[in-house]
Design a protein around this ligand. Sequence first.
Ligand code: PHE
Length: 339
Amino acid sequence: MKNKIEEYLKKVQEFHADNLEQLENFRIEYLSKKGKIPSLFADFRNVAPEERKEMGQLINSLKNAVQNKIVALKEALEQSSQSDGTDHDLTLPPNVTLGTRHPLSIVRNEIIEIFSRIGFSVSEGPEIEDDFHNFSALNFPPDHPARDMQDTFFIEKDPDIALRTHTSSVQIRVMENSKPPFRTVLPGRVFRNEAISARAHCIFHQVEGLVVDTDVSFADLKQTLFYFAKELFGENTKTRFRPSYFPFTEPSAEMDVSCNICGGKGCNICKYTGWVEILGCGMVDPFVLESCNIDSKKYTGFAFGMGIERITMLKYQINDLRLFFENDLRFLEQFKSAY
Ligand code: PHE
C-alpha cells in the first residue's frame, strides 16, 4: 500500500492540465466516490494496527496534494483564459501599418521643394505676433478692417498681441534680422476669426515668398510664379495675373492658373471659367522695406502668398476643407507620396 500511495503522490506532483476538462477528470480519478483516495481509505481498514498511523498520514498527505494541485491548476487555467487565448509567435515581425503624411504636409513640402530648386531658403516665425509684425510694418493703416476683431484673434490689447493672420509677419522678421538679398519661402499656420465651413476655417496654412535684391522687377515675379505653377500643376498649365490690392505690395495682383481638372475647357471646379485663383502677389511696397530699415532706393522686391488648403483641394479635388482637420483615417490613408 505504501508503494501505491507513493506512486500516486509522484503522479499527482507531475500532473499538468491543459484545460479544465482534464483537471475535472483528474479530480474524478482521485476524489470521486469510486476514485483512488476513497478506495485507499477503504483498504485502510485492513491495515495492520502498527502501520495505521503512518498509512493514515500518507493517505491524508496524498489527499491534500490532490486538493492543492486542483486549486493551483484551476487558478492558472482561469487566468490564461482571460487573455485572448491565442499563442503569440514573438519571432514574427510586428503587425504595424505605416502611416501616411497629411495631405497638407505633402503639398507644403512639394511647394518648398519647387522653390528650393531655384534658390529659395525656408524661414519660420512665431504664431503669436505683435501689431508691428502682423500689421503696422506691412502698411496696414490703423483703421484697416483686417485689424478688426472680426478677423483677428487678439490675445492682449494695448499693446496688441494676436495670433498671426498671415505669414507676412515672417517677411518682416526676415528683413529685420538680416541684410538683403533675400530669396525665401515662409510656410506656417495662420489664424482668422472666421466661421468654419466647407471653404473656410479659423486655422489654415500658408506659404508666402519674399525676394529682395537690387533690380528685382515684376517680370521676375511673373517668371518665378509661372515656373512654380507649371512645376506644381503640370507642364501645360497657363497662368494669368489680375490686378488686386494688398497694403504691403504695389502694384498687387492675383494669379490664376488654368483649371487643372478640365485643362481650361470649363468644369464645376473652375465654375466654367477655365481658371482658378491660387495666390496673391505684388512688388514689395517701399514703405515695408523702409519699416525694416532697407533702403528702398537701392532694393526692390516681390512677395507672394498662397493658402495650402486651397492648393491641396485643387490638386486632389477635395471639396470640403474641414476634412483636413478631422483626422479621419479613411481620408488620410488615401495620400501616399514621396514628400
Ligand atoms: N498676406 C496675404 C494674405 O494673407 C497674401 C500675400 C502675400 C499677398 C504676399 C501678396 C503678397 O492673403
